[in-house]
Design a protein around this ligand. Structure first.
Ligand code: NAG
Length: 536
């Protein structure tokens, strides 16, 4: 059926072309495309397999996008591609248009049931002189595939082609599928607040590198950033400041839904985190009944950790959490809820265990799978829970012993808030200095955690020292680009020397998107002069 639709559209296209050829209009000169080498194009994350065929597809005003009919989500993916091509090279490419008369070349986004594509994010790209065929089983796979295609659109064309407004896409075949299904980034919006627009920009940049999970750290001692209708003072009071005493802020439920909607369009799952029982000063300022001593603490604007706790023996606390988890879960289509659980230094050990056990049940009751920072493995948590390893390798091993899945994000390798080196103004360095090469040269598989227990990786960005999107970008980029490859590309296919050349070629994309990336001297940035390579 799908084949028929495709063949039929090709048939009508050919008819259109024959029709066009019979008109009295002068024939368009045949474009002489340069020879190219698809294998030299700087793709990140590196695909599983790239086979060059050394000619090129001419992306120009006679190109159109078509998508499989009746395949859920495919038309939207096609529209997304057209929108990005427009942004990049100011070219209008029609999507599923009726008028095939002016179409000479097509990009076809095709739903395929082929066994080779039997994984949700797998895709294949066939690039020929006159067509590009992107095959995927799901719209999610197609979405990953169009990120690769976007990276193949050159930033500048060679002179002769540029004059004709033609962007050559190197030909060949790409087969791809991620090593891990969980490729995450985390943003702390509690220590400093980031607007919906900032979060959207980050989502767009992450999606380009095929990151598919965004964990939002929504609450901490310094701020409560998500509106909870049944407990309104959380944001009215607890959302009114941030580290350093700035105005803070919070997401209304409409704002949060907008973030969720935007990320869904980019096939990214939002993972909300409410950190507890520690890291809860802002909640206790709003509702002093939640803490142990009943006194109202002051709003906190410093950078210490581990001084606050909920009263884990009070029923009100669990009634409160039931409301919070319910309201957030109802707005969150993704399967996960993150309960924090880190650094509960002033919670007694037994109280901590009791608390985690109870919260796990609440989260399950609201239909979500629980994630916690690695300390939560010390409770009687069940094997369906997920441990996020950040500090203790021993806890990661305990998680494996309980047959839990682990998200690998050790602070000394994966924390984006660690300084690059001693000269970096922003960031912290309690876990390590993490230059761009160190950030790349490790593997989640290095630590003896069995592959089947590794859910994936995540790069957290804590925001004690960053106050705006530009500072956020400085710490995140370019390291997050390398983390995307650690999660997508298998270790045997990764190599620093090869990666650093591909990373250098990201400069035009980052500049075009006004990303304030850290210009690491380890990289020979290919700023404006980037062109695709040709074989002479
Ligand atoms: C840790 C804290 C976090 C803090 C960060 C700074 C975790 C799980 N907990 O002390 O609240 O912002 O380091 O790097 O990382």
């Amino acid at each position: 059926m799908i084949k028929t639709v495709f063949t039929r559209s090709l048939f009508f296209l050919s008819l259109g072309m024959v029709f066009l050829a019979c008109q009295s209009e002068p024939e368009k000169p045949r474009i002489q495309m340069p020879e190219t080498d698809l294998a030299t194009i700087s793709l990140i994350p590196k695909p599983v397999k790239v086979i060059p065929t050394n000619s090129a597809f001419a992306l120009d005003q006679f190109t159109a996008i078509y998508t499989s009919k009746n395949a859920t989500g495919f038309a939207k993916v096609g529209e997304f591609l057209a929108e990005k091509i427009k942004e990049h090279i100011d070219l209008d490419v029609p999507v599923n248009g009726e008028n095939a008369n002016t179409v000479e070349r097509i990009i076809y986004i095709n739903q395929s049931d082929s066994l080779e594509l039997n994984a949700p994010e797998a895709y294949q790209l066939y690039i020929n002189q006159d067509s590009i065929i992107l095959n995927a089983n799901t719209a999610e796979g197609a979405f990953r595939g169009i990120q690769t295609l976007r990276q193949l659109v050159p930033n500048t064309s060679n002179d002769t082609l540029a004059a004709q407004k033609i962007w050559p896409i190197p030909s060949g075949k790409i087969t791809d599928n991620p090593n891990f299904g969980y490729r995450g980034a985390m943003l702390d919006v509690a220590r400093h607040f980031f607007s919906v627009e900032d979060v959207k920009k980050y989502i767009d940049l992450l999606a380009y590198y095929k990151i598919n999970m965004l964990h939002l750290h929504l609450t901490d001692d310094q701020g409560w950033r998500i509106e909870i209708k049944s407990w309104p003072k959380l944001t009215e009071v607890g959302g009114s400041t941030e580290v350093g005493g700035g105005p803070g802020g919070f997401y209304t439920q409409e704002d949060y839904k907008e973030i969720v909607r935007y990320s869904q369009e980019r096939y990214m799952t939002i993972i909300p985190e409410v950190d507890m029982p520690g890291h809860t000063n802002s909640a206790s300022v709003a509702y002093p009944i939640l803490n142990g001593n009943g006194k109202t603490p002051k709003l906190y604007t410093g950078m210490q950790v581990g001084f606050s706790t909920f009263d884990t023996r009070k029923d009100t606390v669990y009634a409160f959490l039931d409301d919070v988890v319910r309201e957030i879960s109802d707005m969150t289509p993704g399967p996960y809820f993150h309960m924090g659980g880190d650094e509960s230094h002033v919670t007694k050990k037994n109280d901590y265990i009791h608390f985690v056990n109870k919260v796990e049940k609440i989260v399950q009751k609201h239909g979500k799978r629980i994630i916690g920072w690695d300390e939560v493995v010390n409770a009687d948590i069940d094997s369906n829970a997920i441990a996020q390893w950040w500090a203790s390798e021993e806890n990661a091993k305990k998680a494996v012993a309980k047959n839990m899945k682990v998200i690998v994000s050790p602070a000394n390798k994966a924390y984006l808030d660690m300084k690059y080196d001693t000269l970096t103004d922003l960031g912290l360095h309690w876990a390590a200095y993490i230059p761009v090469d160190t950030a790349y040269q490790w593997s989640p598989e290095d630590y003896g955690i069995p592959k089947e227990n590794i859910l994936g990786t995540e790069a957290p960005l804590w925001s004690e020292t960053i106050t705006n999107i530009s500072e956020l970008e400085y710490l995140a980029f370019p390291r997050i680009i390398g983390y995307s490859e650690l999660a997508w590309t298998a270790p045997e296919n990764r190599d620093w020397e090869d990666y650093k050349v591909r990373l250098a070629d990201q400069a035009p994309f980052l500049e075009r998107n006004n990303v304030n990336y850290y210009p690491s001297k380890l990289i020979d940035w290919k700023k404006s002069k980037f062109t695709y390579e040709t074989i002479e």
